[in-house]
Ligand binder design. Structure first.
Ligand code: SAH
Length: 226
């Protein structure tokens, strides 16, 4: 217990337990009190320690965000699992991610069998994530540097789009690039205190229905380093 508090003993197993606990506690809001086996297995297999700076390695399996440099973070494991769960990824799905960061969510989506196109606005983070994902064998991930608010039109339509930084409002290009039946998972809100995770489904008739699920705290979507 004490070692847990000090953060030295968190393992992939304790991380999975923490995710399951959070899923259960937030289930009334998210509609997903228990995450699917595939998502939990992906969270077990992707080595989070390989995605954090060396100085943070001993905290890698704690259920919290960690700094990755450039003023950015690796998301909390529970949030990564939740967003993956809400996307309902089928093997072979084409997913767009906005906000690669260190590439952890990208790897989890690859582990679920998706082909992932990921855009990161901070160029050195994009480069490092691409190198890391390749070295770890996530061959179905493609990363590019740029402003992800305009999506990746050349590769659209997507079965799912996940945005891992908060938008003041939903970028219209992302809705356009979603295929019929596809879904967009995105934190929306101007201030950190008022962000909500939204799940927006594009119906076969092209109309989309948004559901506000959970209060969250993401870094904001930006135009890139000033
Ligand atoms: N998916 C990451 C989360 C990284 S944090 C994970 O698995 O941990 C969010 C990332 O979004 C940051 O790296 C930030 O630089 C990036 N970002 C912010 N605005 C962006 C934009 N307009 N386009 C693409 N990436 C953006």
């Amino acid at each position: 217990m004490l070692r847990n508090l000090l953060g030295a003993s968190a393992t992939a197993d304790t991380m999975l337990e923490a995710i399951a606990r959070d899923a259960h506690e937030t289930g009334d809001k998210t509609g997903r009190p228990v995450f699917g086996d595939a998502v939990m297995e992906a969270m077990r297999t992707v080595p989070r320690a390989a995605f954090v700076p060396e100085a943070e390695a001993s905290f890698a399996y704690e259920n919290r965000p960690l700094p990755i440099g450039h003023g950015q973070t690796i998301s909390q494991p529970y949030i990564v699992a939740l967003m993956s769960e809400l996307l309902d990824v089928e093997p072979g799905a084409r997913i767009l991610e906005v906000g690669t960061g260190c590439g952890y969510q990208t790897a989890v989506l690859c582990a679920l069998g998706a082909t992932v196109y990921s855009v990161e606005v901070v160029e050195p983070l994009a480069t490092a994530a691409a190198v890391r994902l390749k070295a770890l064998g996530y061959a179905k991930a493609t990363v590019r540097a740029g402003d992800g608010r305009t999506g990746w039109p050349e590769e659209a339509p997507f079965d799912g789009i996940v945005v891992t930084a908060a938008a003041a409002s939903v970028p219209p290009a992302l809705v356009v690039q979603l295929g019929p039946g596809g879904c967009l998972v995105i934190p929306v809100g101007r201030a950190a205190e008022t962000q909500h995770l939204q799940r927006i489904e594009k119906r076969a008739d092209g109309l989309s229905a948004a559901k506000s699920l959970l209060p969250v705290a993401f870094v904001p979507l930006t135009r890139g380093p000033a």
